[in-house]
Design a binder for this molecule. Structure first.
Ligand SMILES: Cc1cc2nc3c(=O)[nH]c(=O)nc-3n(C[C@H](O)[C@H](O)[C@H](O)COP(=O)(O)OP(=O)(O)OC[C@H]3O[C@@H](n4cnc5c(N)ncnc54)[C@H](O)[C@@H]3O)c2cc1C
Length: 415
């Protein structure tokens, strides 16, 4: 069978589905993509904070495997994503992150510092091996503890014990989503079925039958190879193939509030409060701010196979209340937010689903949510299912999936 004859289906036009499709197209394959929403990349890969993790946040994973995984993803992120879309990091990069050590942190500044230096060492190793730069720009990774007299403008000492200045960044995800969507829609090798929900997949003698719903009607089509990247719907679809997750899991709904006004660097710091159920602010310069306070913004929790339809469950008023209450908590900790003026119409309180192994929350020291290394690609013959784990890993995983489809690496049989 030639590349062009092979019938490949991707389920889910989120960040991973679209990057995988674009890479397969680049390698000469034709792909059909099924997306239940009316527009591609409008779910988690749109609502998220865009942080390209360098492992700092995963200090509770003492095995260091999660940090390594994030750094592997981070160092390749820009190089790979630029294969598929015209993305200029300078147009979407945030200000650098400060890490604010909150008073109830699960680890203290000394313990965190040890972990951060380990991340920097592993980055240096990767950089010398690959010659790649973090986000195509940075040769080094840094995290340095600020003297106490310099931290006050950044974090309120009533809540914050210490502050690290780091060289970790976010990329504004809406900009990235738009560029990838344009590339997807322009690609003649890719057919996108929007407003099309996949109900299940079954293995047949001549391939895989995908059953899907379009405008209230049920259809099915057969494909030679299937890639499931449906994130919020991943496990439910896997289940129709008889595939179970590798352990207990949870779906969470988390608000990724945006304030869509142009900002100066000095208007607010990009800040991650560690380590536990705290929050983040991101300064995306002319592309606005992101802010989330976990105890208020993490509104949904489910251990069902498919995440509930949280996007349609909240009224505008409820969403705005989540934003306002979160913002009040953030203001108490990050003093510059007191001075941030914005019309309320510029606030977009969107949310997104987070799938993860583990079903106790991040305030529990032993929670599996502190690890994110048992994620990625599982292949069962020519059915591939991918738990993306993090936005950071999307380009890295898209390349891995394309390699698998191209037969570069052995897939193991469904037993
Ligand atoms: C608020 C928030 C902040 C986050 N911050 C970060 C961060 O800073 N850094 C980071 O690395 N990660 C972050 N994440 C995690 C990150 O967003 C996800 O890991 C990543 O975006 C998942 O990408 P994906 O392509 O797998 O999923 P998605 O982008 O959600 O795409 C999945 C697609 O599948 C479609 N779909 C689902 N079911 C079906 C079906 N049955 N049929 C057809 N289509 C279907 C969906 O509609 C969707 O379009 C955050 C997540 C949230 C919610």
């Amino acid at each position: 069978m030639t590349k062009k004859e092979k019938r490949i289906a991707i389920i889910g036009a989120g960040g991973l589905g679209v990057c995988t499709a674009l890479e397969l197209s680049k390698r000469g394959y034709k792909v059909e993509i099924f997306e239940e929403h009316h527009t591609p990349i409008q779910k988690a890969s749109y609502a998220n904070e865009g942080k390209i993790h360098v492992g700092f946040i995963f200090a509770m994973d003492r095995s260091f495997q999660t940090a390594k995984k994030m750094l592997d993803g981070a160092i390749h992120f820009m190089d790979y994503i630029q294969r598929w879309a015209d993305i200029d990091p300078e147009e979407c990069i945030s200000t650098p992150f400060y890490y604010l050590v909150h008073k109830e942190s699960l680890l203290n500044a000394e313990q965190l510092n040890q972990h951060y230096q380990k991340c920097a060492d592993y980055f240096a190793e990767l950089h010398s091996k690959t010659q790649k730069k973090y986000l195509g720009i940075f040769d080094d990774l840094e995290a340095s503890l600020l003297p106490r007299n310099q931290m006050e403008g950044i974090g309120n000492p009533e809540f914050i014990d210490d502050v690290f200045k780091t060289s970790e960044y976010s990329l504004e995800p809406r900009y990235v989503a738009q560029k990838l969507t344009e590339a997807l829609m322009d690609d003649p090798n890719l057919t996108v079925h929007l407003s099309t929900k996949v109900l299940g997949v079954s293995e047949k003698e001549n391939g895989f039958k995908i059953k899907f719903e379009q405008e209230g009607e049920i259809y099915s089509e057969t494909f030679d190879e299937v890639v499931n990247t449906a994130w919020n719907g991943l496990l439910e679809i896997d289940r129709t193939m008889g595939i179970e997750p590798i352990g207990e899991w949870s779906h969470r709904y988390k608000f990724g509030n945006k304030i869509l006004i142009p900002l100066e660097d000095s208007d607010l710091p990009s800040a991650t409060m560690v380590l536990g159920p705290f929050g983040d602010t991101v300064n995306f310069r002319d592309k606005g701010a992101f802010c989330s306070w976990y105890p208020i913004g993490r509104t949904g929790w489910s251990t069902d196979y498919r995440a509930p339809e949280w996007d349609s469950m909240y009224s505008e008023q409820q969403r705005m209340k989540v934003f306002k209450d979160s913002f009040e908590e953030l203001k108490r900790r990050i003093p510059s937010l007191e001075r941030l003026n914005f019309p309320i119409e510029t606030v977009d309180p969107v949310g997104g689903v987070i799938l993860a192994l583990g079903n106790s929350d991040v305030d529990v020291e032993k929670s599996r949510l502190h690890d994110r290394f048992e994620i990625g690609l599982r292949s069962f013959g020519k059915y591939h299912t991918i738990d993306t784990g993090k936005y950071t890993l999307i380009p890295f995983l898209a390349m891995e999936v394309a390699d698998r489809v191209a037969g570069k690496k052995e897939a193991y049989a469904l037993s």
